[in-house]
Ligand binder design. Structure first.
Ligand code: SAH
Length: 343
């Protein structure tokens, strides 16, 4: 049976009209689905029993289910989420003193092959639908209110998958998450989509004049090094990425965040630092130096503090805001690059 959340509003109106009901029922149903996050027709209490019955005869609501929830000693919560077809993804709630952030997945597995990332080992099974992405946000907002007494504040697309390889569905999900009237009313300024650097789609986002923020997993501004640790980038040269990012800034005036892990013997030399500083000059940006989370194979090792501090000093001398980010939720494999459906 068809999932009702795959229907456009007009299609739902047509459905009601062709079944002898008023078109405005579609508004009511839309509100239940996207503002209140209803997961069953029985919840739609301003519809008559007959109308609810009619819907149940024609549609399903394929919502996600939290299969297991793990809580880290630092308060981070990781959800193993079961999809309607039995596949799993993970999503994470990250609390700090001032705000709660949701880290959501966009694909089951990932089609890219970054050699330092646990998700890359899973292979891509399929894209998530807009409502599967929406449901992760809704779930974390509920958990945030329940366990931390406040609503979710920020959303980052930094879970499993490459969001830009599932661009249409990610955009549809964000539309529902941000819509005031037919959605959760979230500010797009508090949403960050992270990409490993698919230039063509960065340009598309710029053309679409999206209102959310962009983060790029750069990890090296030297082609050879980047090709080695992110093998798929062989077909996505840095020069193209740089041009796409310049275009992004021209069109959106939104500052780019670079995510950057520093590894021993890979990108911890002064020439790596200089290359990043030079790369950063092309468009206004800030840099997050992220702590490496080991993923069992011992191939990569976090660089010494000294290298991190050299990056920070040189970047700041060039006027670039730089933050060193220590991992959250490591004890439950919930940190960056650790999402791998281990449960
Ligand atoms: N595919 C998108 C979304 C995933 S974001 C992207 O690459 O941006 C996950 C972030 O964690 C990325 O910046 C990724 O490079 C980083 N990451 C992956 N494995 C990691 C690890 N083992 N330790 C720290 N960060 C890692």
């Amino acid at each position: 049976m068809k999932d009702i959340r795959a229907l456009k509003k007009e299609e739902l109106q047509d459905f009601f009209l062709s079944h002898g009901e008023k078109a405005f029922r579609a508004n009511q149903v839309y509100e239940w689905l996207w503002t209140k996050g209803a997961h069953s027709f029985d919840q739609m209490t301003n519809l008559s029993k007959e109308t609810r019955q009619l819907l149940a005869e024609h549609f399903v609501i394929n919502h996600i289910k939290v299969d297991t929830m793990q809580r880290s000693e630092d308060g981070t919560i990781k959800n193993a989420v079961r999809l309607h077809d039995g596949l799993y993804v993970e999503s994470v709630l990250i609390p700090t003193d001032t705000r709660i952030t949701a880290c959501v997945s966009s694909q089951v597995g990932c089609s890219l092959n970054c050699s330092f990332c646990a998700t890359a080992r899973l292979k891509r099974m399929r894209n998530l639908s807009p409502d599967e992405i929406f449901d992760q946000v809704l779930t974390i907002d509920q958990q945030s209110r329940l366990y931390y007494g406040r609503p979710l504040r920020n959303i980052v697309f930094m879970g499993m998958g490459e969001p830009l390889m599932n661009y249409p569905n990610v955009i549809k999900a964000i539309e529902r998450i941000t819509s005031e009237k037919e959605g959760l009313g979230f500010s797009p300024k508090r949403i960050t989509v992270s990409t490993s650097g698919v230039s063509k789609l960065i340009r598309k986002m710029a053309d679409d004049k999206v209102k959310f923020k962009l983060a790029v997993s750069l990890h090296s501004a030297i082609e050879e090094t980047r090709n080695k640790i992110m093998p798929w980038t062989v077909n996505f040269p840095l020069a193209e990425l740089r041009q796409a990012l310049q275009y992004w800034y021209q069109q959106t005036k939104s500052r780019i965040t670079y995510e950057y892990v520093v590894w021993k013997g890979i990108n911890d030399a002064p020439k790596d630092v200089d290359a990043l500083v030079a790369f950063c000059r092309f468009a206004p940006c800030k840099v997050n130096l992220i702590e490496y989370n080991p993923i069992d194979d011992g191939l990569f090792e976090q660089a010494d503090e000294k290298a991190l501090l050299l990056y920070k000093r040189k970047l700041e001398e060039a006027g670039i805001t730089t933050t060193i980010r220590y991992s959250r939720g490591k004890d439950i494999d919930a940190a960056c690059g650790q999402l791998a459906n281990k449960q």
